[in-house]
Structure formats: structure tokens, C-alpha cells
Design a binder for this molecule. Sequence first.
Ligand SMILES: CC[C@@H](C(=O)O)C(=O)SCCNC(=O)CCNC(=O)[C@H](O)C(C)(C)COP(=O)(O)OP(=O)(O)OC[C@H]1O[C@@H](n2cnc3c(N)ncnc32)[C@H](O)[C@@H]1OP(=O)(O)O
Ligand SMILES: [Co+2]
Length: 134
Amino acid sequence: MIGRLNHVAIAVPDLDAATAQYRDTLGAKVGAPQDEPDHGVTVVFIELPNTKIELLHPLGEGSPIAGFLEKNPSGGIHHICYEVEDILEARDRLTASGARVLGSGEPKIGAHGKPVLFLHPKDFTGTLVELEQV
Ligand SMILES: CC[C@@H](C(=O)O)C(=O)SCCNC(=O)CCNC(=O)[C@H](O)C(C)(C)COP(=O)(O)OP(=O)(O)OC[C@H]1O[C@@H](n2cnc3c(N)ncnc32)[C@H](O)[C@@H]1OP(=O)(O)O
Ligand SMILES: [Co+2]
């Protein structure tokens, strides 16, 4: 059911410093910061030859990554995003198998303008999983 790895997301306490590190130290192609108020984060995408890295920083009150950064003040890998062809079919299949979809259970539009949803980390070996319809 899952397809390509779309991105690996890293929550960071200092978005400018993390962006500079990827650009200047690692020599990667970095994008501009994008505010995503519907998701409570600001993101910077790093383009790699085979996938993307999504740097995440909290935006506004009640950001879903605030608790993660409190527990991991230096930052850390926050989620992985897999591509699926039909997100509703994937959701229904996963919920039928007992997995918990986070939030309302309905997909939201993600940073690439495509529908996304999240699966509880406790149902996927301690890893928060994002699905993106491509
Ligand atoms: C920009 C848009 C989009 C895109 O297009 O790419 C994005 O990526 S948006 C990214 C941010 N959005 C989200 O993460 C939405 C889904 N996340 C959530 O709803 C919450 O973050 C959460 C997963 C429910 C966690 O909420 P929180 O309040 O921080 O923690 P809990 O106390 O409820 O945690 C329960 C349990 O799970 C562990 N945990 C929490 N986060 C993670 C994580 N990222 N990876 C692995 N495990 C995680 C947490 O430690 C708790 O475990 P115990 O301590 O053992 O109980
Ligand atoms: Co993401």
C-alpha cells in the first residue's frame, strides 16, 4: 500500500540555524521557510537526490510539535512520510486493522498542497507516520 518515502521530518529548536547547517555545512539545497498555520508549524524543505528532509519548528499556540521539543530540546526525528495513491482507502484499511488516525480522521492539505494524515506512533513501532496522497 505505501509507496515512496516522501520526507523525513526533523523538529528543530532553531530553524535558521538548522537551515544554515544543511545549506552551508552539508551543502544541501534548502527551500524558503513556509508557515503552515493549519498544522501549527513552520517548515523548511531540504531537497536530496532521493527524498526530502522537512525541518519543523512550532508556529503559534498549541503546536503539535511543542511537546516533542520539550522532551527533546536539541530536536530530533519527528515523523516519516510515505506516499499513497488513495489516502481514504489507506485510512480505512489501517483503521480496520486497529491503527489510530490522529485528529479528526479526515485528511488535511499538507505542505505540498496534497491531502495528508497522521498515524499514532504507538501503533507503528514508536514512529509517527504521515501519509501523503500523490
Ligand atoms: C507541514 C504539514 C505536514 C506536511 O505536509 O508534511 C506536517 O508534517 S505537519 C507536522 C506536525 N503535525 C503533526 O505532527 C500532527 C500529528 N501529531 C500529533 O497529533 C501529535 O504530535 C501526537 C503524535 C499525538 C503527539 O502529541 P503530544 O501531545 O506531543 O504527545 P503525547 O503525550 O500525546 O504522546 C503520546 C506518546 O507518543 C509519544 N510521541 C509523541 N510524539 C512522538 C513522535 N513524533 N514520535 C514518536 N513518539 C512520539 C510520546 O512520547 C508519548 O509516549 P509515552 O511517553 O511513552 O507515553
Ligand atoms: Co511532514
